[in-house]
Design a protein around this ligand. Structure first.
Ligand SMILES: Cc1cc2nc3c(=O)[nH]c(=O)nc-3n(C[C@H](O)[C@H](O)[C@H](O)COP(=O)(O)OP(=O)(O)OC[C@H]3O[C@@H](n4cnc5c(N)ncnc54)[C@H](O)[C@@H]3O)c2cc1C
Length: 484
């Protein structure tokens, strides 16, 4: 049922991509923001001078777009009013959850439709499901679920939003056991381009439901609530292996073999850092979960599982016995909410890197002009057992790991050299990797981005876009294009 905006909708206000350029703010005679009326129960209109405004700008300081106005919504009706206002005034719009888009796509020159206040977590323990407001942040979700000893597989960083994470897939240390965040989605409520609230699930708007599981944030509407399958959890062991810095080749070769064969109960990431002639760090951090909830975990059983990694280069192994939530807090670190400058680029390895690929990587990492890191996230397990066409997220099957090249810095003066370092590492690996990319590490450098993110699922995503957003209202630099 569509909610009514102050003035009735005259459709279509925004042209389709087929018929012209993307939507832009048109010249407005009077201040259009005066027309944006949101009742207090449904939200609040924040102009740039509002105290809360800057706190909602994207986490990545490298991105600089400030919105004209923010609709801080508390209800689906508030979201609907904001969408309809944007259409009536021909103003660009974007959804905003945790604000952690790598390219700042939750801000735009028009209206940011923020759902952060819609962050309730309601657990149905009997059915092992939870309704989670689209504005919830991962740290809060984990804490609230664990009060009843449940968990949702998700990323580790506390201030990342459930909205962007889920819509792009969502991998984390529990994903080899429980799947991607999107794999656990049962239903979503979403306000579409007309301002109507739809439910997407296996039985309602099933194509949209398919697309919301990995098709990327910001493409089909503004999600207001998710329903997830949740998993009983109790204990976990967190582990860390640190190799001496003179073992990069042996460690990486062994790690990528291990990433294929490891038990589902292990979720793990290899981080290698270097630059300016040195390898500066080689460590694998991970989590060991019981095969079935309640089963006792022992460090000796973990050591047996990790034997292949322990057999090379004499790494130091540290283990911590934790409750599941303590492990989540450990992986999250201090979860510094302060905005930083960063650049990430990603690819996927289908099978293992060749010896030439490993050599090229180590050499490029060591010789990077400025410090840079590569983060290898092990796939396999429950992630890879879902067929690539079953959800919009396509990186399954023989995918061995996601690799991310990453740099973070604190001053704009350092932007050019850090971005160049990340790009150089990616360029060195171009001959050795397929050129796919994770949509949640969204990357404006990519030219063939739609195929890189979605592979063979792109045509179906375009068909869903045509069905649910034919006027291309939800448009940004890398939104799913309408079919030609
Ligand atoms: C420090 C850091 C750590 C990360 N760790 C992980 C990790 O462990 N695992 C992982 O898989 N990913 C990780 N990511 C990537 C993360 O999943 C993406 O950046 C994700 O898009 C962030 O979601 P968000 O809601 O915080 O971002 P936002 O910037 O708010 O939104 C991202 C995109 O989704 C859209 N969007 C936001 N809200 C809605 C909504 N309600 N409805 C529809 N569209 C919406 C936005 O318009 C934008 O296009 C990390 C990112 C950072 C910066």
């Amino acid at each position: 049922m569509p909610f009514l905006a102050k003035a009735s909708l005259k459709a279509p206000i925004l042209g389709s991509l087929n018929s012209g350029p993307p939507p832009r703010a048109r010249a407005l005679a009077a201040d259009p923001v005066d027309d944006l009326v949101v009742p207090a129960a449904d939200g609040k209109v924040l102009r740039p001078a509002a105290a809360e405004f800057d706190g909602l700008l994207p986490f990545n300081l490298r991105t600089t777009v400030r919105p004209l106005v923010i609709a801080q919504c508390r209800t689906a009706q508030g979201v609907s009013l904001a969408v309809q206002w944007a259409r009536q005034h021909g103003v660009a719009l974007c959804g905003h959850g945790g604000g952690h888009s790598y390219e700042g796509f939750s801000s735009c020159a028009g209206i940011m439709i923020d759902v952060r206040k819609m962050d309730a977590v309601v657990i149905d323990a009997a059915n092992q499901t939870a309704r989670i407001g689209a504005g919830a942040l991962l740290g809060d979700v984990a804490e609230k679920l664990f009060v009843k000893k449940f968990a949702l597989p998700a990323g580790t960083c506390k201030p990342v939003g459930i909205a962007g994470l889920t819509l792009g897939g969502g991998h984390g240390v529990s994903s080899r056991k429980f799947g991607l965040t999107a794999d656990n989605l049962l239903a979503a409520k979403i306000v579409d381009a007309t301002g109507a609230e739809l439910t997407a699930s296996a039985t309602q708007n099933a194509d949209l439901f398919w697309a919301l599981r990995g098709g990327g944030g910001g493409n089909f509407g503004i999600v207001t609530e998710f329903t997830f399958k949740i998993h009983p959890v109790d204990r976990a062991i967190a582990f860390r292996l640190v190799w001496p810095n003179n073992f990069p080749t042996a460690a990486l070769k062994k790690w990528q073999g291990f990433a294929q064969s490891a038990a589902d109960e292990l979720g793990f990431v290899l981080v290698m850092s270097g630059g300016q002639g040195h390898i500066t760090g080689i460590r694998c951090t991970g989590q060991y979960l019981p095969a079935v909830a309640g089963q006792t975990l022992t460090v000796s059983a973990l050591r047996t599982l990790l034997a292949p990694l322990l057999s090379v280069g004499n790494p130091t192994l540290t283990t911590r016995q934790f409750s599941y939530i303590e492990a989540a807090r450990y992986f999250a670190g201090n979860g510094d909410p302060n905005r930083v400058f960063f650049k990430g680029k990603s690819d996927y390895s289908i099978g293992a890197l060749t010896n030439d690929g490993v050599s090229a990587f180590i050499s490029a990492l060591r010789n990077s002009a400025s410090p840079v890191a590569a983060i290898f996230e092990a796939y396999g397990g429950a992630i890879n057992r879902v067929p690539e066409a079953d959800t919009a997220f396509p990186h399954r099957g023989d995918t061995r790991f996601c690799i991310q090249y990453f740099a973070e810095w604190s001053s704009s003066a350092a932007t050019n050299k850090n971005v160049a370092a990340v790009r150089a590492l990616d360029a060195a690996m171009r001959p050795h990797l397929p050129g796919f990319s994770y949509v949640n590490y969204i990357d404006l450098d990519l030219t063939d981005w739609a195929n890189a993110y979605y592979k063979a699922n792109l045509p179906r995503l375009q068909a869903v876009k045509q069905q649910y957003d034919p006027g291309n209202v939800f448009h940004f630099a890398q939104s799913i294009p309408l079919p030609v």
